[in-house]
Design a protein around this ligand. Structure first.
Ligand code: FE2
Length: 200
């Protein structure tokens, strides 16, 4: 498949699904992608882009989200993830800027989040998982019933969704240079808009 500018969300999602059997890991990729996409839309606005150019930037950000863990199921160790995936993507001609973001989302990679895309991906990864957990404890089990204040409260409840590192969520907002509540609101809204796709 020929990809314009070396990227395509259709291709990214196909790769995620091809490499991942776990339904929850696929959903994680989709959820992170909707969060990063929303930051791409914001960045496009900030840069004064519109039309096709703005849509392409949002798609670029979405691809980084779709692909950040696409190799995780096949190569889950810190020796291989996300390095194997990045090597594969590089051979396929995906843009270096996207690969940098994928490397930077794994703290142990030695690559630190520098660009806005790097930061948006880092910031969306752990939060998307936490928002999913917040949705699943609602009686309706839907993300539309989740509110920012409830998310903040749950972040303080150490027994809730223990595996999610609160400090990563806080660091994400800090990297993006926005208040925590705003970051939660941005990602929550992005996931709510795509609730059906995310099965939430
Ligand atoms: Fe992830």
């Amino acid at each position: 498949m020929q990809m314009k500018d070396g990227f395509s969300a259709v291709r990214a999602e196909a790769l995620l699904r091809e490499w991942t059997q776990s339904a929850s890991l696929v959903k994680h990729g989709l959820a992170v992608a909707r969060c990063t996409e929303s930051y791409g839309t914001r960045e496009a606005e900030r840069c004064g882009m519109n039309g096709e150019e703005a849509l392409r930037l949002a798609e670029f950000y979405r691809c980084a989200g779709l692909l950040h863990d696409f190799d995780y199921e096949r190569h889950p160790t810190p020796e291989e993830h996300p390095f194997v995936g990045v090597k594969f993507l590089r051979e396929q001609g995906w843009p270096e800027e996207m690969l940098h973001a994928i490397l930077a989302h794994a703290e142990y990679s030695g690559v630190t989040p520098e660009t806005h895309l790097d930061k948006a991906l880092y910031a969306s990864d752990e939060l998307a998982g936490f928002l999913t957990a917040c949705a699943l404890v609602k009686p309706s089990r839907t993300i539309v019933d989740v509110e920012v204040t409830g998310v903040v409260k749950k972040m303080k409840d150490k027994a809730f969704a223990r595996a999610v590192k609160r400090e990563d969520i806080l660091r994400g907002a800090e990297l993006l240079g926005i208040p925590l509540q705003e970051h939660i609101g941005n990602c929550l809204h992005a996931m709510q808009q795509h609730a059906e796709e995310l099965g939430l």
